[in-house]
Design a protein around this ligand. Structure first.
Ligand code: NZQ
Ligand code: ZN
Length: 392
């Protein structure tokens, strides 16, 4: 195991009706003037926004609102939010929604207290300072409620990039599984897929002897395999939603990723898909993961065979471990299709003729990119093109 530090000081309030604590929690973490940030309207329709506003008012807090965050959140609204926060003297940002809303809130939080262009952080500048952020999560998926990350799409060229920094970790996150019961099945399934991807991206490591995190990851994927179909069948199954919601947080606050190298190839390859075609991130991952794993299999066949046996219940073939490894990838693919995810470019709305562009942007998309993707393996543009071809 490699040396590591781990400091993830987000306060979580989990369970039924916890959204009414919003005002008290903002106050506890030092907010006095709040930006309430939300998406395209689901929180208006569900009544959640009214509950949150009532809670802020009850705590004697002033607030302004900014809705309209789109899935794969855009830089344009971030600039608007920064201007609003400066004008109104906002000192706390409350994100009410999914990963897109939380990520947009994080970008606004950093941009408000930065003299330059907030996009600098999405070109590699570490995020050292940001306004404090709180979240009320409405979809179990991205893990942004506990992560130090944010992903934003720049409209110019539709480039999707991530930024990281401890200042991006939410001060608190309110997780009420009942709030996820209004999700359409497709979004629920996309969220489950994203959670599984966050676990696979950490499982695919070059670090030896990391049994404790291997076992945590396996347990969380097994939980998704058990609870996923239950919640697709019965969207009101609170207990299944509760297990998925907490698994989603644990999958991405890095408690399962410490002390080991990680992959992130599937995410890098996927981000180009959701940037260009505006598909759900999880749906893009459902198509990307089997292709990436098939292409990188030979780098460490035993790692893929291990997850195949321990998670997918495959029989270990000691004469031909590659067969076992491939069976595991097939089992993952079948599971994702069974919960309603797309299986190829066509179902995702992606186009074969874009492959060269997608691979080029993945490898050279930012100023400091050197044409390679680093992770479990090192890949160049030609490799990435081959991976996209496997998705057709
Ligand atoms: O905008 P509204 O109207 O709220 O609708 C949303 C949106 O259309 C809807 N939704 C959310 N909760 C709902 C609901 N509809 C009904 N009932 C509810 N309770 O679901 C749709 C998707 O929402 P979004 O926030 O986009 O989903 P998700 O949480 O999957 O976030 C995806 C974004 O997170 C990024 C992705 O790249 C993508 O841009 N990621 C962020 C990460 C991070 N910050 O750590 C890591 C991830 O790997 C990921 O890259
Ligand atoms: Zn993800």
């Amino acid at each position: 195991m490699n040396n590591f530090t781990f400091y993830a000081p987000t306060y979580f309030s989990f369970g039924k009706d916890t959204q009414s604590q919003a005002g008290a929690l903002v106050k506890r973490f030092g907010g006095s003037k709040v930006l309430v940030h939300y998406g395209g309207g689901s929180v208006v329709r569900s009544g959640l926004l009214d509950t949150v506003k009532a809670s802020l008012e009850a705590a004697g807090l002033a607030y302004v609102e900014l809705g309209g965050v789109k899935p794969n959140p855009r830089s344009g609204l971030v600039y608007e939010g920064i201007e609003l926060c400066r004008k109104e003297g906002v000192d706390f940002i409350l994100a009410v929604g999914g990963g897109s809303t939380i990520d947009s809130a994080k970008a606004i939080a950093a941009g408000t207290v930065y003299d330059g262009d907030f996009w600098d952080f999405y070109e590699g500048k570490p995020v050292e300072k940001a306004l404090p952020i709180g979240t009320i999560l409405t979809i179990a998926a991205a893990g942004s409620e506990g992560s130090p990350d944010s992903v934003i799409t720049k409209e110019e060229g539709m480039i999707k990039r991530g930024a990281s920094g401890e200042a991006y970790r939410p001060k608190f996150s309110i997780l009420n599984p009942a709030l996820t019961q209004t999700l359409p099945p497709y979004q629920t399934a996309a969220g489950i897929t994203d959670i599984i991807a966050h676990l696979y991206e950490r499982y695919l490591t070059n670090t030896k002897e990391v049994e404790v995190t291997d076992r945590l990851i396996e347990a969380l994927i097994l939980t998704m395999v058990h609870e996923g179909p239950r919640v697709i069948e019965d969207p009101n199954n609170y207990e299944a939603r509760a297990n998925i919601m907490w698994a989603g947080m644990m999958a991405h606050n890095n408690s399962c990723g410490v002390g080991r190298t990680q992959d992130w190839t599937s995410h890098n390859v996927e981000h180009e898909l959701s940037a260009l075609y505006d598909c759900a991130h999880g749906a893009g991952l459902a198509v990307a993961m089997p292709a990436v794993f098939t292409y990188t299999l030979h780098h460490d066949v035993m790692r893929f065979a291990k997850i195949a046996v321990r998670v997918w219940g495959c029989q270990m073939d000691f004469d031909d471990p590659e067969r076992t490894a491939k069976e595991g990838i097939e089992a993952l693919r079948r599971f994702l299709i069974s919960i309603g995810m797309p299986k190829n470019f066509e179902e995702l709305g992606a186009k074969e003729e874009d492959i060269e562009f997608l691979a080029h942007t993945a490898c050279y998309g930012t100023e400091n990119a050197d044409g390679k993707l680093y992770g479990f393996t090192t890949l160049d543009q030609k490799d990435v093109e081959e991976i996209y071809k496997l998705m057709v």
